[in-house]
Design a protein around this ligand. Structure first.
Ligand code: C2O
Ligand code: CU
Length: 548
């Protein structure tokens, strides 16, 4: 055993032991009716010395006013800042969305997840480069009443990351009921740029939901969602306006689409903005819906960042595609429109072959690919600011695919459907398993290719997938689409932004997407999966194993 290996084993053992200790202390505290005591107990005081930010996140059941009338029963993250700058935790008042966590690259962050839900959960820090036991793999899900302590140093570049639950088979339901938040990282490179900040740096979290007549969220029924619960509060929530039989079954397979669009947790969202430059951080936190975003007057969009942070230079697009879990930062000078203008950010029509399936999915009122408004912006006063974003944003290099050990022979991962079960190369999720193909060597780069072929689709039909790899950022180095799909593809392809670091990539029907990945720093077992959460929950997820 090498020195390095021995050291990391000891490191891991200590971390494991500490977690067990904390859990038992928390359990004892809870038994005494003293929630939260665990965080300050015993040896934890000493370990706290090097910690820059310490946050407690309680996953709780709550009710919030989303629409006029009855409040909506939700699940959400409630944050408490125990250490660090007040700016590290920013709660959206009266909202179900989790707090915005703001950290700087290099900071050591401790976050305690406390599960006050009636079922297991765990948090995944989407896009962060972390040791595998900090990443929120479903094998680390904690039971109701338990605590999981995250303690890591932020290694990522500045960018718009996020966090959400990741228990196996329950991710779709838990996100749908409200569990999700932003995790924004800043660094010196970004700080030197003079990008819009404060109220001019606007996060926009886009989701879709359906409500029943009592304002309650409508998701799959418990049996269809694959989770059985005895908890009456939860049963009430789930039974309130479930979808009906066939639609239910199709939605469980194809993905749940809501018919109301929410921005930052508000349906019919509208914002008043000043006429000056803004940074808009768009996150698609929807379970399965994709967006084709554009200004209503066809002004071009200026993109400055993707999933993993700033591009080398700003890019223009007539529209951008945002598939589930993807992020795009826009730079926009609202000074280019006259005061009093009402601007609409809208989703344009596109064809991914799913409209045909809409009927089978219980006839959702807002089918995939339908056009709709997303957000209204009313332009108030303000002085005209600089008319252009910085022309050089970061020292981002072009991807060097030749560094990959398999440069000429990409590993092929087919997105498959067999017997109504999703899979990758025909295999569904296996909690602790990874195949030889899924085993990589620490310190190397590889080229992977996700294939979304017609032949493997259900009943000859193929649908889009939003492929996410945990633990790292990758580069998109190639796309190919089969001839039969080029007309559909033409309705979306001009909206991809493949020029930056990505952790999630849209793979359209008939498409092959090649990515370049580097496996640095952390050995261990990490998931990769489709981020259309019902696909993930029903098998379109596997592990990859990074070996020393
Ligand atoms: Cu944001 Cu494994 O997911
Ligand atoms: Cu999928």
């Amino acid at each position: 055993m090498s020195d390095l290996k021995a050291k990391s084993d000891v490191f891991r053992f200590n971390r494991q032991r500490r977690r067990v200790l904390i859990r038992s202390v928390a359990a004892a505290a809870a038994a005494l009716g003293l929630p939260g005591l665990g965080a300050r107990a015993g040896g934890e005081e000493r370990a706290a010395a090097g910690i820059d930010v310490h946050i407690e996140l309680h996953a709780v059941q709550d009710r919030v006013a989303i629409r006029p009338g009855e409040p909506t029963r939700v699940w959400r993250y409630q944050g408490k800042l125990l250490r660090g700058d007040a700016s590290a935790l920013d709660a959206w008042a009266g909202n179900y969305l989790g707090p915005i966590i703001r950290v700087r690259r290099g900071q050591r962050v401790r976050i305690d997840l406390i599960n006050e839900l009636p079922e297991p959960t765990i948090i995944h820090w989407h896009g962060q480069h972390l040791p595998d036991d900090m990443d929120g793999h479903p094998r680390f899900a904690i039971a109701p009443g338990e605590r999981y302590v995250y303690d890591f140093t932020v290694m990522n570049r500045a960018g718009s990351y996020w966090f959400h639950p990741h228990p196996h088979g329950r991710t779709g339901k838990q996100v749908y009921f409200g569990l999700a938040g932003l995790f924004l990282v800043s660094d010196d490179e970004e700080a030197a740029l003079d990008l819009p900040t404060g109220p001019h740096d606007l996060p926009l979290v886009i989701q879709d939901r359906s409500f029943d007549d009592d304002n309650q969220f409508v998701y799959l029924s418990e049996s269809a969602a694959g989770a059985a619960s005895q908890n009456p509060e939860q049963r009430g929530m789930m039974d309130h306006g479930m979808m009906g039989g066939m639609g239910q079954m199709m939605a469980r397979m194809m993905g749940v689409l809501g018919d109301q669009i929410l921005v930052n947790g508000r349906p019919g969202a509208s914002l008043e903005v000043e006429r000056r430059p803004h940074r808009l951080r768009l996150l698609n936190a929807s379970n399965a819906r994709m967006y084709k975003l554009a200004w209503h007057d066809q002004s071009p969009l200026t993109v400055i960042a993707t999933d993993g942070g700033l591009l080398a230079a700003p890019l223009q697009r007539d529209y951008i595609m945002l598939s589930p879990a993807e992020r795009i930062d826009l730079w926009v000078d609202f000074g280019r429109w006259t005061a009093g203008t009402e601007l609409t950010l809208q989703s344009l029509a596109f064809d991914d072959g799913m409209a045909m399936m809409g009927g089978m999915m219980g006839g959702t009122a807002l089918p995939d690919g339908a056009p709709f408004p997303v957000l209204k912006l009313r332009l108030g006063g303000g002085t005209r600011g600089r008319a252009a974003p910085p022309q050089r944003l970061s020292r981002l290099q072009r991807p060097q695919a030749r560094v990959a050990v398999n440069f000429n022979r990409p590993k092929v991962f087919k997105l498959t459907m067999g017997m109504m079960v999703w899979g990758i190369n025909g295999q569904s999720f296996d909690m602790l398993g990874a195949s030889p193909l899924e085993t990589v060597k620490l310190g190397t780069h590889e080229v992977w290719e996700f294939r979304n072929d017609a032949a493997t689709g259900m009943m000859g039909m193929t649908m889009p997938h939003s492929m996410h790899v945990h633990g790292l950022q990758f580069r998109v180095i190639g796309r190919f689409v089969a001839g039969g799909f080029s007309r559909q593809y033409g309705t979306v392809k001009a909206g991809f932004v493949d020029e930056g670091w990505k952790d999630t990539v849209l793979v359209m029907p008939g498409e092959h997407v090649r990515i370049l990945l580097g496996f640095a720093d952390y050995p261990g077992l990490f998931p990769y999966h489709c981020h259309m959460l019902e696909h993930e929950d029903s098998g379109l997820m596997r592990n990859y194993l990074v070996k020393e």
